[in-house]
Structure formats: structure tokens, C-alpha cells
Design a protein. Structure first.
Length: 308
């Protein structure tokens, strides 16, 4: 009995000393890194994976796991431990909030951080300064011939009988804060027969379809940080009414995993702070247009900036 008692004391003392979180960390031999199934999701997921691995944390790669609803279910269920998310998606995750909160970068970040911890014990780490908001882009010749620069112009074009064929993903088409929000604010409608809908929100697919005119496509779902737009000759339509929330990329991690590896915040913060709009557009272009592997692009960026 005394022997068992002394063992308990020894364990307690070990857990109490500085660095004792390493004992907890042993319970998480592999941190599972997930991401969404799109170009930027893969890029950011690989950055997280490489940085954790470099700092001695055993990691498992489940990047490009699926669309937003699937990835969210996975992290809440513990199938993945950390993944890159966007602050503006707080409007999608948590109803009943003032919609204007999500259009302010700092307020949106603080609100989603608070709500996700209270409801799911998920912790939002340091966000990037970039804004990867939902957008619409049209083929350059269509924009030039019809003087399309903003979504007001686009609505006028559709309502005057202009032909539109949209390439988008199911999430963009069905989410109330995405295409439906644009249609309501600007007063236009795109029918189901005028869409080609992909399962994953990979803008490389939608933008290439618009640039090539695949099956008559001339309009694409896009993101604000897409690097392929100018290279493919597409015109990004300006959201002059500010319909969309701010979508700042941010690592989201389960509380028990961060408790086991509290150094994650310090490891990832400088990386995400370095992800400006311009940097993300450039990196995304290397993958979507240059055909490079997301891990290679991530590793090169991290090495260039002395993170690896």
C-alpha cells in the first residue's frame, strides 16, 4: 500500500514541475491536422502540419478532408485535432448574432472565438491579416463587353437578359450567407439550370471552367485571396454593398490538444501573421496555376521566412 502511495506522489510531482505538460502530451501521440478540400485549405493545412512536425509534435496528415460541414463535424467529434478555418464562418456556425459583427475583422474574430469555446471547446489561435471572402468573377471578355466591374453591374446584366452560366460548389450555392446573400442584396437570380455545381469548394475548378468556357460557363465562384484570377483573365466583381463577412484564415484547435501542446500558439502565430492578402494570392497561384504540390509551396514559404 505504501509503495502505491509513493508512486502516486511521484506522478503528482512530475505533473507539477515545469514542462510537466509533456506527460499530458504523451496521451496525444499524433496530432491530426485537417483542412478543407480546396487549394488554400490544403496550403494552410500543410503549413500547420510542417510547423508542428518541425517543433517535435507527432502529426498525422488529414488535410483536404472535406467541405466545411464535414470538417466541422470531424473536429467536434475528435476525428481531427486542428485545422484552418475562417472567422466569417461564425455567421454560418452560430445563428442569432448581429450580422454586422462578422463584417468587422476584429469583432468577428473575438465573437467566434468566444462562441466556439463556449459551445464546442474549440480554441481559435492567431488569425492572418488576409481576407478570403466569397466573391464572383466573370470571364474578362464578358466583363469588358458588358462593362461589368461590380455586383451592381452584374445584377443589371442578368436582369437585362444577359446569359450567365455559373460554376460553383454546393456550399456556395446553398449557404444563406454566400450566393443567396448576393442575390438578395443585389436583386438578381441565377437558376439551377444556369449552374454547374461541384462538391468541393475548389476555386481552381470553378475559375478554370469560366476561363475555358467549359459547358458555357462564364462566371465563377471565387475567393478574395485567389491568385489565379488575373492569370486566367477573370474579372473579380466588387461587392460594393459589403454583403460578405471578413474571412480571416485562423488555426482552430481542440482545447484538450492545446492543453497537451500549449506551444502550438507560439509556433503558429508568426506564420499566420505573415499571410497577407498578397502572399496568399501568390502562394495559391503557384498551386492552382503552376500545378505545384501544396506541401512543396508551404515548405518553400516557411523556409524563405525562416520558420523552418
Amino acid at each position: 500500500m505504501r509503495k502505491y502511495y509513493f508512486v502516486l506522489i511521484a506522478v503528482f510531482l512530475l505533473m507539477s514541475v515545469p514542462g510537466g505538460h509533456q506527460v499530458q502530451a504523451e496521451q496525444h501521440k499524433n496530432v491530426t491536422v485537417g483542412s478543407k478540400i480546396d487549394t488554400e485549405g490544403a496550403l494552410l493545412g500543410q503549413m500547420i502540419f510542417l510547423m508542428l512536425e518541425k517543433n517535435g509534435i507527432a502529426v498525422q496528415d488529414k488535410t483536404e478532408f472535406g467541405p466545411t460541414p464535414i470538417v466541422r463535424k470531424a473536429i467536434i467529434a475528435g476525428e481531427i485535432d486542428i485545422y484552418p478555418e475562417y472567422t466569417g464562418n461564425g455567421a454560418f456556425f452560430f445563428s442569432g448574432q448581429d450580422p454586422d459583427i462578422w463584417k468587422n475583422g476584429d469583432q468577428g474574430y473575438q465573437k467566434v472565438k468566444e462562441l466556439d469555446y463556449e459551445n464546442n471547446r474549440l480554441i481559435w489561435l492567431t488569425p492572418a491579416p488576409a481576407d478570403n471572402t466569397w466573391a464572383l468573377a466573370v470571364r474578362g471578355d464578358v466583363a469588358e463587353n458588358n462593362d461589368l466591374k461590380t455586383l451592381v453591374d452584374f445584377a443589371r446584366f442578368i436582369n437585362d437578359g444577359g446569359e450567365v452560366k455559373l460554376a460553383a460548389c454546393e456550399e456556395f450555392v446553398t449557404r444563406q450567407d454566400a450566393l443567396p446573400a448576393f442575390q438578395k442584396a443585389y436583386g438578381f437570380s441565377i437558376e439551377e439550370s444556369e449552374m454547374i455545381v461541384f462538391s468541393g469548394c475548389n476555386t481552381a475548378q470553378t475559375e478554370k471552367a469560366a476561363a475555358r468556357g467549359t459547358s458555357g460557363v462564364n462566371t465563377a465562384m471565387a475567393f478574395g485571396t485567389d491568385g489565379a484570377l488575373s492569370a486566367l483573365g477573370l474579372t473579380l466583381l466588387e461587392d460594393v454593398k459589403g454583403v460578405q463577412p471578413v474571412y480571416a484564415p485562423t488555426p482552430v484547435v481542440r482545447k484538450d490538444v492545446l492543453d497537451a501542446y500549449p506551444q502550438m500558439e507560439e509556433i503558429l502565430a508568426p506564420v499566420f501573421k505573415a499571410l497577407s492578402q498578397e502572399n496568399l494570392q501568390r502562394l495559391n497561384s503557384q498551386i492552382a496555376i503552376g500545378g505545384r504540390n501544396p506541401r512543396e509551396v508551404a515548405k518553400e514559404f516557411l523556409a524563405e521566412n525562416n520558420f523552418l
